[in-house]
Design a protein around this ligand. Structure first.
Ligand code: ADP
Ligand code: ADP
Ligand code: MG
Length: 241
């Protein structure tokens, strides 16, 4: 309860789920690599935003998570930085050459935004980020994926097409141990739920998964549980519904 009170006094952070670590005040307390923290500071991101303060350490501790915070609150790096650390820390790679983490977003525009934001941090570890979305030639995406990428940012429909392409020889989910869904509310509004489910159903049972959204309508609850099991829920600010 003491921790809950501190969270509320500081930033109106509400957390459901017992195992969540305390929120941090500084990047140094997150356990992110020093070169990541140096880059954050060079970008002028001197301290974590409230959603980052609570989500980064929760994700780094290996827990599945629902993160709700309004637009502009820094959700991309709240999952992006721990995702990059997860991928960078794979010392014994599973056999195969597919991605290790995938990020799903509902639109092409968001794919670009997320890719741009996380590339400057992925680069620090030599990790390649590829952007796969509806509305551009499939052949381009096939060529890019054949070169290999540790992280894929995608819209779900096109990702399914890529998994099916050339009888599965273009890419696969065998090494995927981290999946993030961004703008989940828009994803479900746009009717991408079956495609999202299909990707989850074909992923490893030991993968970690996180879902971020500006709002969390009731209709999303059952689905979130199916994908995430018993996630920690973090909400910054009001209900946003
Ligand atoms: P959301 O996904 O919640 O709408 P974004 O992740 O797009 O928010 O971040 C909004 C803006 O805030 C972006 O321009 C991003 O680069 C910037 N930003 C992210 N984290 C921080 C931080 N810790 N301090 C300052 N600015 C930040
Ligand atoms: P698809 O239905 O093509 O498999 P995805 O589910 O992978 O598509 O991605 C849908 C997203 O792709 C849309 O939200 C939109 O941003 C983008 N998109 C799809 N088709 C087009 C198009 N013809 N022009 C521009 N963008 C498109
Ligand atoms: Mg966002």
């Amino acid at each position: 309860e003491e921790v809950q009170i501190v969270r509320r006094q500081l930033d109106n952070i509400k957390v459901k789920g017992k195992k969540a670590p305390r929120p941090v005040k500084t990047w140094a307390q997150t356990g992110l690599h020093l070169k990541t923290i140096d880059t954050l500071k060079r970008c002028g991101f001197n301290t974590p935003t409230p959603i980052q303060a609570q989500a980064v350490v929760t994700i780094l501790s290996g827990l599945n998570l629902i993160g709700i915070a309004k637009t502009g609150s820094g959700k991309t790096l709240a999952y992006g930085l721990p995702l990059i650390r997860h991928v960078a820390d794979q010392d014994v790679l599973q056999p195969g050459d597919g991605p290790i983490a995938i990020i799903m977003t509902p639109t092409r525009e968001l794919c670009y935004q997320v890719t741009n934001e996380i590339r400057k941090f992925a680069r620090l570890f030599g990790l390649k980020v590829v952007c796969i979305h509806g509305g551009s030639p499939i052949s381009e995406h096939i060529a890019e994926l054949k070169k290999g990428a540790e992280i894929i940012v995608c819209t779900p429909g096109r990702m399914i097409d890529m998994l099916a392409a050339n009888n599965g020889r273009v890419t696969n989910l065998r090494r995927v141990t981290f999946i993030a869904i961004d703008e989940a509310d828009r994803m479900f509004d746009m009717g991408f739920e079956p495609q999202v489910m299909r990707i989850f159903d074909n992923s490893r049972p030991d993968r970690q998964a996180v879902l971020f959204s500006a709002t969390f309508p009731r209709q999303m609850e059952a689905l979130a549980r199916r994908i995430l099991g018993q996630p920690i829920e973090i909400q910054v600010g009001g209900k946003n519904i």
